[in-house]
Design a protein around this ligand. Structure first.
Ligand code: ZN
Length: 143
């Protein structure tokens, strides 16, 4: 794999020690999502308040290390952000993965580790999985 050693370490750490990998007892939104190209699956849970801020977010998932690392990183990025802000960040991630456009937006934290995924088209959907799930999540009805 053609990822720089540092980014590879960051990604492997998240894949091995998934952050916020738990089911939430109380949530306003929940979505099940399946990656069409790799067989990765996840259920994302979120508590989104009336101001459209994500107060808490978690996931349960199984799949390749890229999708699991991406989902783990996503929970850290998403917590405390508004839905609108996350949609902005989603655009940046799509530009980075699909078009190879680099970003230095600090709000993405560890997710910038995925910049070299642009060289691996077969893994695009793996890296973008939580962002694709987010799109569905925010359209889902509140529970
Ligand atoms: Zn995958």
């Amino acid at each position: 794999m053609n990822l720089s050693e540092f980014y590879k370490k960051v990604i492997l750490d998240h894949a091995k020690n998934k952050r916020n990998h738990r089911k939430m007892d109380a949530f306003t939104h929940k979505i099940h999502y399946k990656n069409p190209t790799c067989g990765d699956v996840m259920t994302m849970y979120a508590w989104i308040n009336d101001e459209e801020t994500v107060e808490d977010v978690s996931f349960i998932g199984e799949g390749c290390f890229i999708s699991m690392a991406s989902s783990s990183m996503f929970t850290i990025v998403a917590k405390g952000r508004t839905v609108k802000e996350l949609q902005e960040l989603s655009l940046l991630m799509n530009e980075m993965i699909l078009n190879g456009k680099e970003t230095e937006d600090e709000r993405l934290e560890d997710m910038i580790s995925f910049k070299d995924i642009h060289k691996l088209p077969a893994r695009y959907n793996c890296a973008l999985m939580p962002w694709q799930a987010l799109e569905k999540l925010i359209k889902a009805e509140r529970t």
